[in-house]
Design a protein. Structure first.
Length: 272
């Protein structure tokens, strides 16, 4: 049986000096299987965002290890971890973190451009992703000309354009109304599943967690419970002034073709 692509072993993360130190992670073990979607939940201060950042190589743990396809991220120099975040990991944040001066197609193409992909190829690929996520015709709009949900779909395109193995999403619907959050989670989970990527989502929202195949609950820097379930899309959100569920904007389904060819995953053909 092949090893999981992302594995945390005994993660401890402490902030501050001895005597006034705060332990954000107190010895976390977590395995994220290929193509799995995991929601990390817990109260504020439970360590869930710290865990996501350590898993992604953004933060170095105080002790413990993070294995990505067998390689320990904690032993890599900063430059190598930065390169890994460009090539193997995708990110979706609460506020999108798009560059305000760039149009949607250039924002989405950034990972490819930073990796040295020729500009025409990078822009063409990003535009196909934007169309796949329901943003055809909006390629040259800047973030200030997009709605919150549209901007988050640009962020999803940016996260997936480089065909990552894992997408990390930190409160991806936190700044959105319920209906728009529904659309964003439908787009995010459908696209990552079709791409064959794993998905790790930090959220306070039970409805967001329902989109994932596993939910992990944290408290005081530890995983205290977890549950596996078949992902279930909650009812579409209700918009202001309506008396029932709003009709969602159509978004891609698993049966629709992806805008780019799927990568050959290292676990293809192996037992899972």
């Amino acid at each position: 049986m092949t090893s999981a692509p992302l594995e945390a072993r005994g993660l401890v993360k402490t902030y501050g000096d001895q005597g006034v130190a705060t332990r954000a992670l107190a010895g976390v073990d977590l395995v994220v299987a290929p193509g799995e979607s995991v929601a990390i939940m817990g109260p504020s201060g439970s360590g869930k965002t710290t865990l996501l950042h350590v898993l992604a190589g953004v933060l170095a743990p105080t002790s413990g290890s993070v294995l990505w396809r067998g390689q320990d991220l904690t032993t890599l120099p900063d430059r190598a971890r930065t390169q890994l975040r460009r090539s193997d990991f995708g990110f979706v944040f609460q506020a999108g973190q798009l560059l305000p001066e760039l149009p949607a197609d250039e924002n989405a193409a950034l990972p490819l451009l930073l990796a040295g992909t020729p500009r025409p190829t990078a822009i063409d690929t990003s535009r196909r992703w934007l169309a796949h996520l329901g943003l055809a015709g909006m390629e040259r709009r800047r973030p200030g000309e997009l709605s919150g949900g549209q901007a988050q779909r640009v962020a999803i395109a940016r996260a997936l354009v480089g065909r990552p193995g894992v997408v990390f999403a930190d409160e991806p619907t936190g700044a959105l109304d319920r209906h728009t959050g529904w659309e964003v989670m439908q787009a995010l989970t459908t696209a990552t599943r079709a791409q064959g990527a794993s998905l790790v989502v930090v959220t306070h929202d039970e409805e967001v967690a329902h989109w994932c195949s596993r939910t992990v609950h944290m408290r005081d820097g530890l995983i205290v419970a977890e549950a596996h379930a078949q992902p279930v899309a909650p009812a579409a959100g209700v918009t202001a002034g309506t008396t029932g569920p709003a009709s969602p904007t159509p978004s891609p389904t698993a049966s629709q073709p992806l805008p780019v060819a799927l990568p050959t995953a290292p676990w293809s053909g192996a037992a899972r």
